[in-house]
Structures are given as C-alpha cells and as structure tokens.
Design a protein around this ligand. Structure first.
Ligand code: NI
Length: 254
C-alpha cells in the first residue's frame, strides 16, 4: 500500500477524468493521497476533494508562485478551511527562486504567515523549496517551524542539507526526479536517507517518473518511484511502501 503525499488533483489537467485517475490510483495500490493546495481557490477545491473521496486528505495554503495574490483577509478563510476534518497540513508553502513568479520579499512574508498559521493550528507544513535553500532554511529556523514539523517536498537539495533537515525532525519526500537519468544528487539522497524519515510523492500532474517522463503524471505512477528507491537502497519495494506509508500517517496524524 502506497501513500502519495503530494498530488494536485484539483489541477486543470485532471478536470476531464479525475474519477478515473483516482480509480487507477487505487488499482495501483495507492490507497492514500494528500492533495496539496496552491492558493485560496485550490484550498477550497482540496477540501471538496477530501469530502468526495474518503482516501484523499488535504493540505491548504499559499504556494510561493501565488504569494503575490495573497491578501491579509484570506488568512481567516484559510484558517477555517484548515480546521475541517481531513485537512491535515498547511501547504504547499515556501520559496521558489527558480521561477520568481512572486517577488522574493513577498514570498518570504507569506511563507512566514503560513508557518504561523500552522503553529496556531498545530498542523505540520509541506515545504516547497526550489533554488532557495538558504532563505528557506533561515525562515524555518527563525519561525521555529521544527516545533510543528513537516516535509520538504520533492527534495532537490544536497545530502548535507538533507542531514540538517532530518536532524531537526523534518521528513524528506522524493518523487519522479529520482528516476531521471541525470539525477545524481537526488539518487545520493535516496541512497543515504534513513527509511524512517522518507516519504513518497508524485507532485502530479508534474514530474512523471520514467517511463512516463514528459507525460501527465498521476498517483498510479507512484510505484515507479518506490521501485527506483528500493533498487537504489537494495531493499524490497514492499519495505519502501510500508515504511513511507507509516511515516506519512505519523506525520499527518492519520
Ligand atoms: Ni506541488
């Protein structure tokens, strides 16, 4: 049994066939899914998904890409959404200096707001950190985010950084990129990361694993990620599935 800890099932790309996508997920053994929101509208859609499917859980929050649209009055609404049953985290939140779709200063301010909301509600956070390791880590420290814990989703940093992250009690989530040919850094992380702090994710519809690379990703492809990690670690895929599912249930109190 697998737990896809990061999906965007509310994405446009699933509009036509969302029920079939979820059906295929179950058939592939993906029995639990966390849908990660990116703004207020997608947080509402995430809540709808959790009400429609009893194996879908949700994270609500503001993605760094959307930080520039965030207004103070949205915070109360997000807080209400976050209190609903099966909303188990604040996410995805963080910094993205690769695309810089929002000014960096705004990204930082909204990231801090989201961490504070999570602290108020005692929920873990789902962190997006792309080419912004130093600032992400500084904000995590300054806001004392380790008190609530969380996961560095689609971890793309080095192994030394991962060690720091793990030391403070955070989880590392790996997805499709671990299957890519040029994924030296991520493969090293997959090899060395202890099994008890590892989560699996698709980040669908993005980052489909090999042999689906370049296509629309979906939760049913998650076993490909697990198989690759199992091969890298030299353990069975069952072991990877069992450990990562147990870790995610623990983190999200499921
Ligand atoms: Ni995402």
């Amino acid at each position: 049994m697998y737990f896809d800890t990061h999906a965007h099932l509310d994405d446009q790309q699933f509009r036509e066939d969302q029920p079939a996508v979820l059906e295929r997920a179950r058939t592939a053994g993906v029995e639990l899914i966390l849908n990660a929101a990116s703004d207020l509208a997608s947080s509402k859609k995430t809540l709808e998904l959790t009400r429609k499917y009893d194996f879908v859980y949700g994270a609500v929050g503001i993605h760094p890409h959307e930080a520039k649209e965030f207004q103070e009055q949205d915070l109360a609404q997000l807080g209400e959404l976050a209190k609903q049953p099966r909303i188990v985290a604040i996410g995805e939140i963080g910094l993205d200096y690769h695309y810089d779709f929002s000014p960096r200063e705004t990204q930082g301010r909204v990231f801090r707001e989201m961490i504070r909301l999570a602290q108020k509600l005692r929920l873990p956070i789902v962190i997006h950190d792309r080419e912004a390791h130093e600032d992400t880590w500084r904000i995590v420290q300054e806001e004392k985010a380790a008190e609530i814990g969380g996961v560095f989703h689609c971890y793309s940093g080095s192994w030394p950084w991962a060690q720091e992250i793990i030391k403070q009690g955070f989880y590392i989530a790996l997805g499709g990129p671990v299957t890519f040919k040029n994924a030296r850094k991520v493969v090293e992380v997959a090899q060395k990361v202890p099994l008890d702090v590892l989560l699996l994710e698709t980040d669908c519809p993005y980052l489909a694993p090999v042999p689906y690379r370049g296509k629309r990703n979906e939760p049913a492809f998650l076993p490909k990620v697990a198989e690759t990690i199992a091969a890298i670690k030299g353990i069975s895929v069952e072991e990877v599935a069992a450990a990562t599912t147990a870790n995610a249930k623990k983190l999200f109190s499921i």
